[in-house]
Write a protein that binds this ligand. Sequence first.
Ligand code: BGC
Length: 387
Amino acid sequence: MELNRRTVIASAAAAGIAASALGGTAEAAPGAASHGRRPVKEHFGTLADGTKVYRWSLENGGTALKVLSYGGIVQSLEIPDRHGRRANVSLGFDSLDDYVASSPYFGALIGRYGNRIAKGRFTLDGKTYQLSVNDGDNSLHGGAKGFDKRVWDVEPFVSGSDVGLRLHHTSVDGDMGYPGTLRATVTYTLTRGGDWIIDYEATTDKATVVNLTSHVYWNLAGEGSGSIEDHELQIAAARYTPTDAGLIPTGELAKVAGTPFDFRRAKPVGRDIRAGHPQQVLAKGYDHNWVLDKGITAEPEHIATLRDPASGRTLRIATDQPGLQFYSGNFLDGTLTGTSGRTYRQGDALCLETQHFPDSPNQPAFPSTVLRPGETYRTRTVHRFSA
Ligand code: BGC
């Protein structure tokens, strides 16, 4: 099918990004078919309580997504290489049981609060809330049963040349310790140019904190194919947030200049990963929040590029969020077997989570994550693929 450049640009504009914001073009790679079709639903598995979990398959502009109603999990994300050969570039499992038993958030939606809140505790409007603690003393990714472990209502759509899914979840007042009934909608859109856009929206009926993100583990050579240390990464950030031993930010916005944390120019992930910087020793690699130079923006702006030189597959990320958690898969330890039947070892994937800074509810100097009744939390992240 012929790609109409004007339609591509119109669709990027509809997505609220300047067509140039991500560089490259939004056109599908050579050999990649571009066909937006209505998403298809199939039964994927059944939870212990009898709830059925479905898998939705959708495709557009050479990008193919498989999404579970459980956790809004991206179970598979296929994109072409420079020869048009597609591979699944997102770590995952082929069975629901594996996701339930032991997933380190593979492909999942994260809420209510991405990353850590110290001691699982914060004070808002004079009231202290105790959250579910599930990572040493701290609360990680929303607590013991975060949004990654909820069954979402999924609604497919086709809109112009876009195809997508709207996922809805209501988290009741007090859920995992968080105040307020939070109504969340996350929209996954595949554009005709093959971009994957995530729109997050939430409202509350009591003051609360919220920080939603997506936890795809990327390996642009294909999941299960080995280490991502040769991938080249660029992050538009001159500062990052160093942490204590529990990976809670100390509050400092440290300069990346002269440290292994400097990704302002693209470099292989593995180049400085063994540099022995005390922050890397704490995290067993990279597991930090980068303070994006652009700050919070009204529209998504380009903030990071990941490229696998061997296949040519390239991911450009744009967001309106102020932070990016770059996690180099440090805790993958060879105990999990992925979709293609191969085990995942340390550094076999990396996560690039657009977000507010970790522990913001306890760090008055960080941008606020407070959401009040009458307000709508709304953020967007755009993934552009090319090869
Ligand atoms: C965190 C890591 C954590 C991982 C869970 C990442 O977002 O930064 O510290 O281990 O999620 O697999």
